[in-house]
Design a protein around this ligand. Structure first.
Ligand code: NAD
Length: 441
């Protein structure tokens, strides 16, 4: 099939590449000329496991091309995916500027019937807005479909190639059949293509993201109660998540959710509720708890030093908002760096993939190191921010011997408090009281 994907970010690049992998002819369009130039040269601007290999293979076969020429891409495609950003406005609502700009450009380039597929995450009713926008600029026949994307950064290629389900919001049989043909090769394991109306499809994406975000805020709130009341959140989590009605996913206490989706999507759904005069206390609480969670953790660092971190140096392990991505959008590391530096502390940071992104995003002057252990040199404590695999079983003797004082603030509950105590490391984590090895020593 002839497909164009407009927007080559985390979603568009993965979607375009995986669609090409299934034998389709895919034109990926972006208005960022520098990004397109790099992609043409074989430089992949994001880190996503397995993506680079697939891009290389499919560009070699000429099934996948990159361009800034949207007009030509639209004219040569039956299906036009919109996969541009839908950022948060100041009031929390979803900014549709980029989506509508692309819709207008597609409309102006149309030369025959097109299926215009909105893959960006958008508020319920956007399909209608896109339809009206396109109608203004073309007399050709077209359908607007909603096809929300559920890939997880860090496992995006796998998620796209083997989705749990594909949701198609379509109001016409013609467009539904085209979409079923596009996706059937991805669903040979029997996972479903779920067809519904456009509005319900749009809402499904916000519903899924808000539910997952709420699970994270729920376990974090529980962790805070456990810590004060003397229970251990890890035992409680295991106790509750082995109940098959609850399940064990997205129930890990830590620094709260980040990234480009959950924070903005929860806020946008709050706005949708308010615009419809519906109360949404659970969503608001999920957002507020998430905001507080980072601060509660940072307060533990301040408290440890009696409120004064001036002159201290902290080693940060992990900068990306989660492991296996270089994405820094809304990453807890940003807040941690900002608040510590504002109080006079210095930071030495290491991340396996996100250092270039961090240099672009973090405003404070911090030192970046080329290995995790190098970050510990002359540091007063280690702060574990992102649970990359390589941080899960580190050499604790080396940590202890390299830091000025053996202190670990663990925002991801990766280590065993009792083991840390035995090793003589002061260990502060989330949702459980820990004994101070150093004060007692
Ligand atoms: P992104 O910011 O990584 O990429 C957007 C791309 O669109 C950029 O490369 C930008 O240059 C390009 N662009 C903007 N305007 C353009 C235009 N007029 N013409 C051509 N290109 C244009 O965004 P993303 O993370 O890929 O997210 C895209 C959408 O998908 C958002 O709505 C997001 O909420 C949703 N989504 C994201 C994820 C995720 O994990 N990142 C998952 C599911 C859904």
């Amino acid at each position: 099939m002839k497909i164009c994907v407009v927007g080559t970010g985390y979603v568009g690049l993965v979607a375009g590449t995986c669609l090409a992998e299934m034998g389709n002819d895919v034109i990926c369009v972006d208005n960022n000329a520098e990004k397109v130039k790099e992609l043409i040269q074989g430089k992949v601007p994001i880190y996503e496991p397995g993506l680079e290999e697939l891009i290389m293979a499919n560009t070699r076969e000429r099934r996948l091309v990159f361009t800034t020429d949207l007009d030509n891409a639209v004219k040569n495609s039956l299906i036009c995916f919109i996969a541009v950003g839908t950022p948060e406005r100041e009031d929390g609502s979803c900014d549709l500027t980029y989506v509508l700009k692309v819709a207008e450009s597609i409309a102006k380039s149309m030369n025959e019937y097109k299926v215009i597929v909105n893959k960006s995450t958008v508020p319920v009713g956007t399909g209608e807005v896109v339809k009206n926008c396109v109608k203004e600029y073309t007399a050709y026949d077209f359908d607007v479909v909603s096809n929300p994307e559920f890939l997880k950064q860090g496992a995006a290629v796998d998620d796209f190639l083997k989705p749990d389900r594909v949701i198609i919001g379509s109001d016409t049989q013609r467009a539904t059949e085209v979409m079923q043909e596009v996706y059937s090769p991805f669903l040979r394991t029997g996972n479903p293509i779920i067809v519904m109306d456009v509005k319900s499809a749009e809402m499904s994406k916000y519903a899924a993201n808000s539910f997952l975000a709420t699970k994270i805020s729920f376990i974090n709130e529980l962790a805070n109660i456990c810590e004060k009341a003397g229970a251990n959140i890890e035992h409680v989590r295991t106790g509750m998540s082995t109940d098959s009605r609850i399940g064990n996913q997205f129930l890990f206490p830590g620094l709260g959710y980040g990234g480009s989706c959950f924070p903005k999507d929860v806020k946008a759904l709050v706005r949708v509720a308010e615009d419809n005069d519906v109360s949404c206390d659970i969503l608001k609480a999920a957002d507020k708890t998430n905001f507080m969670q980072r601060r509660i953790f940072i307060d533990k660092i301040f408290d440890y030093y009696g409120g004064d971190v001036a002159g201290k140096t902290f080693a940060l392990w992990g900068l990306a908002f989660k492991p296996r991505t270089n994405d820094m959008r809304e990453a807890p590391a940003i807040t941690i760096v900002e608040l510590l530096v504002a109080k006079g502390a210095s930071i030495k940071a290491y991340d396996p993939k996100a250092i270039d992104e961090a240099k672009r995003i973090l405003k404070d002057p911090i030192e970046y190191t080329s290995s995790s252990y190098e970050a510990l040199e002359d540091a007063d404590a280690l702060i574990l921010v992102t649970e990359w695999n390589e941080f899960r079983r580190p050499d604790f003797e080396k940590i202890k011997n390299t830091l000025k004082k053996a202190v670990i603030f663990d925002g991801r509950n990766q280590y065993d408090p009792e083991r840390m105590y035995q090793k003589g490391i002061d260990y502060i984590c989330v949702g459980k009281k820990t004994k101070s090895a150093l004060v007692e020593a």
